[in-house]
Design a protein around this ligand. Structure first.
Ligand code: F3S
Length: 395
């Protein structure tokens, strides 16, 4: 792999221990994937934030490099943490967990990383433009930025995204290159999709088949941002899809043809079968929306549904701090609290320690959450669309 003079000097330790270690990591990665060089990035997004995911070894690593002066060199956002950083007490997060989580947050802050604690950075201040090279690591954010925006990122691990943030560079391979952005499968959608949950079910179904390949969808009409984020998140969870194209909707679709590709057909039957497969529970302890983190529009729609009503199950809407603040400005938080719910920032149903908070069966509208909850949180799942989940438990 070609290295510039400056990069050679960093590798020789001239910019300090942390820079050298981080560059070594990127060079190793680049060599594994046959990258020709490092390229500059305009932003990074770092996952591996929740104490539940990284534990004490992760905390020690982050505290160590932060103490040694690690600093990011590009705009870097943080993935959700394991708790609401401000309202953890009223939400009942365990104190020992909180203490460790706050130490992790502090290490990131020290490195200059924006404590955005969200998987939707593109909705809260980190919006790349078409064609821009970035190094993001949360799989739904990767999928959204590659597919819907047309920015370019691989599905980075927490450490490689952090190293890229510190160096401001990433190895030039994978989805940074034109040749790897072409589709491998044609997915013909032959049924109407009417909710984000339907898109999540489609994503769950397709991800399982295509794994880490690139699907090209036809038959999807008028899908909005929230539907596309649900689709990409589910495909990234049940498979490892980092890029997809949708005819007439996503920006790079027009560059490619789906003719001759292996075809997957998604009809009413596959949609219904997927709903059945994702439903493993009966009576929820809680309903959790916002995987990926809810947009303001999703919160607005829930507010309209529950205004003046009571939901007999507790419910959370997980979102970013930025969106929560806007929701508060609109008094959505009051309407939701009066209905028995909470807008929860900085965390989500999967990375919060929900299993230690007594939530054994969780109702969700997200294909991604439905995919992860059984394994990662030992929870049973009720999967449905937002409106029917709320109406089922609304007085
Ligand atoms: Fe985001 Fe958590 Fe879902 S990180 S995509 S809300 S699992």
């Amino acid at each position: 792999m070609f290295l510039s003079r400056e990069e050679e000097a960093i590798l020789a330790g001239e910019a300090g221990e942390v820079m050298e270690r981080m560059l070594r990591l990127l060079v190793r990665l680049g060599e594994i994937y046959n990258a020709d060089k490092l390229i500059t990035i305009s932003s990074a997004q770092v996952a591996g934030v929740s104490y539940k995911s990284i534990g004490d070894p992760g905390l020690e690593f982050l505290a160590d490099i932060a103490d040694k002066g690690a600093k990011v060199h590009v705009l870097t956002f943080l993935n959700p943490a394991g708790m609401d950083i401000e309202s953890w007490k009223e939400l009942g997060f365990p104190e020992n967990f909180v203490k460790k989580q706050l130490e992790i947050i502090e290490a990131f802050r020290k490195m200059g990383i924006i404590v955005s604690a969200t998987c939707t950075p593109y909705l809260s201040g980190n919006l790349p433009r078409f064609g821009e090279h970035i190094a993001w690591s949360e799989s739904s954010a990767v999928s959204f930025s590659n597919s819907v925006i047309g920015a370019r990122t691989n599905r980075e691990g927490g450490p490689s995204a952090l190293a890229a943030a510190i160096l401001g560079r990433t190895p030039n391979y994978g989805f940074h290159l034109d040749e790897n952005r072409k589709p491998d499968f044609h997915v013909s959608v032959e049924t109407d999709l009417t909710s984000e949950a339907d898109y999540g079910a489609l994503g769950y179904y397709v991800g399982k088949i295509v794994k880490d390949k690139v699907p090209y969808f036809t038959g999807i009409k008028n899908s909005q941002l929230d539907a596309l984020k649900a689709l990409g998140a589910a495909m990234a969870a049940s498979g490892a899809v980092a890029l997809y194209h949708v005819e007439n909707i996503t920006p790079e679709a027009k560059n490619f043809s789906y003719h001759g590709l292996e075809k997957i057909t998604f009809t009413r039957k596959e949609l219904e079968d997927t709903y059945k497969a994702l439903n493993t529970g009966e009576e929820p302890d809680i309903i959790i929306f916002g995987c990926p983190h809810a947009s303001l529009n999703e919160i607005r729609k829930i507010t309209e549904l529950v205004h003046g009503k009571k939901v007999i199950k507790p419910f959370w809407i997980c979102t970013s701090r930025a969106v929560k603040e806007l929701a508060k400005r609109m008094n959505y938080d009051k309407i939701i609290e009066n209905a028995g719910g909470k807008i929860v920032a900085d965390t989500c149903t999967v990375v919060a320690p929900v299993e230690d908070m007594g939530f054994k069966t969780i109702a969700v509208n997200s294909g991604k959450a439905a995919n992860y909850l059984p394994g990662f949180c030992k929870a049973q799942v009720i999967f449905g669309d937002t409106e029917s989940l709320l109406r089922r438990f609304m007085l």
